[in-house]
Ligand binder design. Structure first.
Ligand SMILES: Nc1ncnc2c1ncn2[C@@H]1O[C@H](COP(=O)(O)OP(=O)(O)OP(=O)(O)O)[C@@H](O)[C@H]1O
Length: 191
């Protein structure tokens, strides 16, 4: 992922003031900053979900939207909506079907620590359980790059452990991850 001199203003608010970032294959990079620092804005631009005011973004050597459409990027955004009436396994299976070379739904749910809730309806899940489902959906396509916005919010110790273990396992296979956090410990403890 490469950002060159990316700026973004919302009216009077300067969310990003000329950010350069280069993330190479196999790296795990934390975007660290306090609330309102511009982390989500940066990730949204890097994903092609938001146009930069100035500057350029490329992902895997192409425009971000193309990388996203090609199924090369797994995304976990803060509090993103989930279908409420379906069961976890149904949603993960349907999402897997949108990718060229997905993991099995069981693998993705295991990676997210969501096996025990596979048959539960999403509308009945707790906040942390929903976050596990978001992570399962993020990895089920076995993407080259994971983009995670505050991925551990709401997760208990086991949920956090499962998530970081999966990120580490992917990185060891040359995959890449970029995550936003305001937890200094999470950013700093990364090897
Ligand atoms: N759609 C929007 N319209 C106007 N201002 C916005 C919009 N989105 C973000 N902002 C402002 O841009 C700044 C950066 O917001 P952003 O969500 O990128 O920060 P963040 O670092 O992700 O924060 P947090 O840690 O609280 O999630 C904030 O001042 C925010 O109020």
């Amino acid at each position: 992922m490469e950002l060159n001199a990316v700026s973004k203003r919302y009216g009077e608010v300067t969310a990003l003031g000329g950010v350069d970032l280069e993330v190479r294959e196999g790296e795990t990079v934390a975007v660290l900053g306090p609330n309102a620092a511009g982390k989500s804005t940066l990730l949204s631009i890097a994903l092609g979900l938001l146009p930069p005011g100035r500057g350029t973004a490329t992902v895997l050597g192409r425009p971000p939207v193309e990388a996203l459409r090609a199924g090369l990027v797994g995304v976990l955004l803060q509090e993103s909506g989930l279908l409420e009436d379906v069961r976890v396994a149904e949603l993960v299976t349907a999402t897997a079907g949108m990718y060229p070379r997905p993991l099995s739904p069981a693998q993705a749910m295991r990676a997210a620590g969501a096996e025990a809730i596979a048959n539960r309806r999403i509308g009945q899940l707790s906040g942390g359980q929903r976050q596990r489902v978001r992570f399962a959906l993020c990895v089920v396509g076995d993407p080259e790059l994971l983009v995670l916005d505050e991925p551990t919010v709401g997760l208990d110790v086991d949920g956090r452990r499962a998530l970081w273990q999966e990120v580490r396992e992917r990185t060891s296979r040359g995959r890449t991850a970029v995550f936003a956090t305001h937890y200094l410990t999470e950013a700093a403890s990364w090897p």
